[in-house]
Design a protein around this ligand. Sequence first.
Ligand code: 13P
Length: 287
Amino acid sequence: MLVSAKDMLEKARDGKYAVGQFNINNLEWTKAILLTAEELKSPVILGVSEGAGKYMTGFKTVAAMVSAMIDELKITVPVALHLDHGTYEGCYKCIEAGFSSIMFDGSHYPIEENVEKTKELVKVCEEKGMSLEAEVGSIGGEEDGVVGLGECADPKECKMIADLGVTMLAAGIGNIHGKYPENWPGLSFETLAAVKEAVGDMPLVLHGGTGIPADMIKKAISLGVAKINVNTECQLAFAEATRKYIEAGKDQQGKGFDPRKLLAPGTEAIKETVKEKMELFGSIGKA
Ligand code: 13P
């Protein structure tokens, strides 16, 4: 059964570890992440961007696939199905489709409008027992057409949004989606500490989990990060394993072209990546 991310994130915050949000793109992605979470007894959040939702033919398809897969694979660990960087309209579509969690990314609106829209969604999510993530200070880089410059959030604005009663808060701390450039100065722990000070107990979310060095991840967790999003790293692992399979000519040996064989190395590579992240985030055995 799908659950809200609230309990798992509050436990993570108290236990000083983080739950991974791994973005899904198709059946293989979903299966790889769910099986790894179950094997390692880790709670998990499946992230769906609006672009990925569209690719999978719509949020209803995604919700139906994930719910059925949890049932068929007998997954017992807590799983939240979460809209990633949702627009206002996208949030309502996911609420209707049966997601258990949404992110409203109002970071590009003036703060008053972000507050207004987030406030409305807090109410709706409360009624439905869903978790809600809000964002202040946009995340750098590009994800499915959502472009951010990697701002550092204003702690006062973070408090305004946190006080509305959201479940978790994504605050920009110099993090970027996708690969980090050579000259990236690193996460701003100063900003993170100031945000934490302003918002108190609120579980914080670190986007752009791909390529952040392990020591920075650990420090971020120690400063209140309870959810870490990973997307690009699974994509890179999948692409590399698939390329190797084809470059070795394996798709031309026997029935190597069978999609179940062709996609298997990539699927295994996603499992490996998810396992490494769960180890690093400390969520193994916490289900
Ligand atoms: P990466 O693609 O950099 O791992 O970021 C994922 C993310 O933050 C999803 O919201």
